[in-house]
Design a protein around this ligand. Sequence first.
Ligand code: ADP
Ligand code: MG
Length: 204
Amino acid sequence: MVKQLDYMKAEELLNMYGIKVVSGKYVKNTDEAIRFFDGEAIVLKAIPSKPVHKSKSGMVAVDLKTPDEIVKGFNKVRKAAHRFSPYKILAQKMVKGTEIIIGGRQDAQFGKLLLVGLGGVDVEIFRDFSLRVCPITGYDAESMITGLKSRSIIASSDKQFKMVKELLIKASKLMSDNDISELDLNPIILHDDTYHAVDLRILE
Ligand code: ADP
Ligand code: MG
């Protein structure tokens, strides 16, 4: 049966492959959420045990900058998540930058596939992505990026190009080494010469 890895387990697995995940913590109540807050904006999201589109269902509250906003955000996502019980509420640091998607699939015909493209909630609208069979080479990773219409956004500098290339090689290794039917890192946010995955969906 297909099972979604718990967020914290998914984070652990990604860290093992050197893929950075934004700092986050499960919070049980508004006090814990406020304690996670250190003056920089945070995000609260409900994570049901079954995979669902969280933002479409009102389960993501972004850019919370005051204790008052945090309380309101917490109550909003909890209310929205009620019908998807069981769920947990995750607090994350807010990061701003370019959203990309890195995905993986186990395909009956082709085997393990890796995908990259512009990410975020509008990923379906852009329809701009590159696909390769795992494991990919360094050359594959480069051509996956240069083949995108959005290449100048995703690789806005040589440094960023190299960073995304390395990230693709790590994701390919993760796919190759493990029994993963579906990987969805959407988005990974590119910011300040680094990146962080903020939404982790790994189906076994
Ligand atoms: P889902 O894809 O299930 O709707 P996400 O966790 O991807 O849920 O959140 C939806 C959107 O909210 C993301 O595409 C991103 O724009 C924004 N978002 C989520 N988490 C963060 C974060 N930690 N920092 C900044 N933006 C975020
Ligand atoms: Mg997402």
